[in-house]
Design a protein around this ligand. Structure first.
Ligand SMILES: Nc1ncnc2c1ncn2[C@@H]1O[C@H](COP(=O)(O)OP(=O)(O)OP(=O)(O)O)[C@@H](O)[C@H]1O
Ligand SMILES: [Mg+2]
Length: 233
């Protein structure tokens, strides 16, 4: 479904002149130096860039988990900076599925419970969601590890649970930070297939951070983050 306001297709995410620096012992470390970005429903883009170039910081800022020093950010036409913390958290749950670079699974929970946690927090837990969680875990090749505690999973297995968790609430926007970084070739390709299917069949939007040029080439637009700005790769 496209969001149409006054006959204009509304972009799903708009970033204008985002700037972000981190405090350091002497002065500060500039990371994002003016990110301008407009992104629509059903679009996929990849972002590449050297280690330390600010890719994870950019995803954190776009998801509202980090606050930019200046610039503006809109999700589906709503200004992010004007939201209270609680409405921002609620909006984020509905709007964004985030595959974190370091997964952030709950260690005391098993694979299935970790995926269901996303739905529980969003208040949408029911039998259908449980069936969807199992289906997503099967699609990332984790159907045989549903009851395995997160601490007992390998790095690549954790990564796949994190992908399933990001998709459980059926979010319109998926932010994936190197979601295949720890996977063998075949499993990585399966995870990429799943993410791109979400874009093609469900008209989701995907921002993919990857070091893999082949996976980057499968997205509609390839960008590179260099010296704090996005350019065409
Ligand atoms: N919370 C923080 N405090 C201080 N500096 C930070 C913080 N987070 C990130 N940085 C610095 O910002 C820069 C960008 O980090 P970021 O994690 O965004 O890079 P990246 O492109 O995702 O790297 P990689 O490919 O290794 O994942 C780095 O130099 C990092 O040291
Ligand atoms: Mg990173």
């Amino acid at each position: 479904m496209l969001f149409v306001v006054n006959n204009i297709v509304q972009p799903i995410l708009v970033a204008k002149a985002l700037v972000k620096a981190f405090p350091a012992q002497q002065g500060s470390v500039p990371v994002l130096n003016g990110i301008d970005f407009r992104f629509s429903r059903g679009e996929s883009i990849s972002i590449r860039g050297e280690s330390g170039s600010g890719k994870s910081t950019l995803l954190n800022v776009l998801s509202g988990l980090e606050v930019a020093d200046s610039g503006s950010l809109e999700w589906q036409g709503q200004g992010v900076s004007s939201q209270s913390l609680s409405s921002l958290a609620r909006l984020r749950q509905q709007f964004i599925g985030f595959v974190f670079q370091s997964y952030y699974l709950a260690p005391e929970l098993n694979s299935l419970e970790n995926v269901l946690l996303g739905a529980r927090i969003a208040g949408s837990l029911n039998e259908n969601v449980r069936a969807r969680a199992i289906e997503l875990l099967e699609r990332v090749g984790m159907g045989h590890r549903l009851q395995h505690n997160a601490t007992k999973l390998s790095g690549g297995e954790r990564q796949r649970v994190a992908v399933a968790r990001a998709l459980i609430n059926d979010p319109p926007l998926i932010l994936a930070d190197e979601p295949t970084g720890n996977l063998d070739e075949a499993t990585a390709a399966a995870v990429m297939d799943l993410l791109l299917e979400m874009v093609e069949e469900d008209k989701k939007s995907l921002i993919l951070v990857t070091h893999n040029p082949e996976f980057a080439a499968r997205t509609q637009q390839q960008l590179i983050l260099r010296r704090g700005v996005l350019g065409v790769a």
